[in-house]
Design a binder for this molecule. Sequence first.
Ligand SMILES: [Zn+2]
Ligand SMILES: [Zn+2]
Length: 666
Amino acid sequence: MRFFVFLFLFLFVFLLFLGCQSAEQQPSPTPDRRPRHEMVESLRADLAAERHPSDGGGRAWIEADGDAPPTATVSSPGRWVIHYEAGPEGIAEGGMIFLQVSPFWGWSTPQTDYPAESGYTEVTTTAEGVALEAATLDRQLLGITLGGRALAAGERVRMVYGAGPAGAVADRFAERDSRFWIAVDGDGDGIRQVLADSPGVAVLPGPPARLLLILPSTARPGESVRLTIAVVDGLGNAGIPIAGEVRLHGEAAGAVLPELIRLEPADRGHKTIELMPTETGTVRLEATGPEGLEAESNPLQVTTGGSRILWGDLQNHSNFSDGTGTPEDLFLYARDVAGLDVVAITDHDHWGMLPLAQHPEMWAEFCELNDRFHEPGRFVTILGWEWTNWIYGHRHVLHFDDDAEVLDSIDPRYEHPNQLWEALRGKKVFTIAHHSAGGPIGTDWSIPPDPELEPVTEIVSVHGSSEAMDSPSLIYSPVPGNFVRDALDRGYRLGFLGSSDGHDGHPGLGQLASPSGGLAAILSEELTREGIYEALRARHVYATNGPRILLRTCFGGYRLGAEIPVGADGTTAGNGGVPGIPPNTLVVQAIAPGVLSHVDVIRSGEVVQTVLCNDERDCSFALELAEIRAGEYLYVRVAQRDGGLAWTSPFFFVASPEGGEAHRPR
Ligand SMILES: [Zn+2]
Ligand SMILES: [Zn+2]
């Protein structure tokens, strides 16, 4: 049965991969959201399968490279010697040993048929009378059947992965611990068990290819801000031990720029420096770095007023489920390379080699690490996991208090969204539906999102945009009628955020290796879990597909995400507390890293106006809207020429206490 589980894993990975490749192409609509009952059944059967004491027995290790631990380099060939030693129960004749290199991101498939080709693997044993028969069973998976006699305790099997002239090629993402999973079916009944302590190799980054300059988007004059400088390879992998100089220039709003910044190999390609702009204005910096690399920063707006914007990526996967990189790798990248303020690593409940929901020791280790990286005021970590439901759609779960456990979506007690919400009720928790318009599975919007536990939705990620059929950078396999805009048309009040849903170890910079990324812009004065919680609850958030587009918007003085009372005459009441903004007036200001093409204004189901931005990087306008009815909603979508996008959370119009005529959502 394991075999089938792996088959589904591959199908999933293949779909993910397709998602990265096909966002530019015209997608073909499919008739439904594709609930995957068979997948859930197979996961359940695997969980219920009885394992023989000899299944998963023994130990394995990778031979060191002289004195150094074994390593690999992204997308490069290598040769690794893996030893397996049978445990006390041994392995019966007819039993099997499996070698599965990390199945997600492109390691060569181990094979024994073509010595000249990549992935060629030699399998031998010194156990006399034991015959080994190896065969490739699936991508990245080699099975070795034992014949002749049983392998006794302490006897060994040696596997040379990459034994031929072509070696074996490592995957394309750097990480500290890419696992070579060993599994054992000790009694030969077809059910195997993975060795939880299967060995791994560090995968090193490729050559330097990009220089990144990352600033916050808002600051007050006289306030110190952090500039993150990073050299990464062509796919955004960090950790390059480069030596060189970085020179800064540009508009600095009074900040004194250092003459040059030295990168030493020990910096591993990144450095953070403090700058202090003293005047109001927009900071845009440029840099030249080692190897002729050049970079331009995102804009930083220095003002005495205006909300503070925090940048977050609230959905990421580590090698605790199906992602690349250890959780620690991801925290370090988020903080020191992507310059994020907020991050959540949200590994799958039941998806990956060792399901998190079935391994409480992994969850405990993760919780400890999540707290270790949490530094209020500097870098906020939010405890998360993903309810990976293959019937109703995926939701990641963010915990803002310590009372958190992983609820397994294949457990009949938590298999329906309503059961999930009931189990979470009373906790300081949000659930967030994602890739909701299609992708691997769409969200079942016939079940209304819990208004308390689900105030926001993830509108964009590496899977693409789930906003609406007319959105650029559309999600793959979109399901017409199942977009976030369709959910608003049902009357749901959801704020918008982006997050990468990254599996490549690059939180905050998902767009470096995919056509789309995802970021959450969170309007909070406080860089604390409490501040983030309150901002999400109030829908004071907006989304981008990666670039740090600075977006300010209000309607009649109300902040984005607000519920705005509207009278029977179609006029909004009050002014939301911002003086000088007339009622019924939408105000938008966009300050972008890239050249802006246009801003679409979306009102209750359709684009009602497109404002051209004349290829400037700043774009501002005010627009009066007439005859607004209770039940309507309004938001804007900002487009850069290079495909960068941002979406505000909607304003929701509600009947004022004096009573207004309700607009019937379509
Ligand atoms: Zn998901
Ligand atoms: Zn995910």
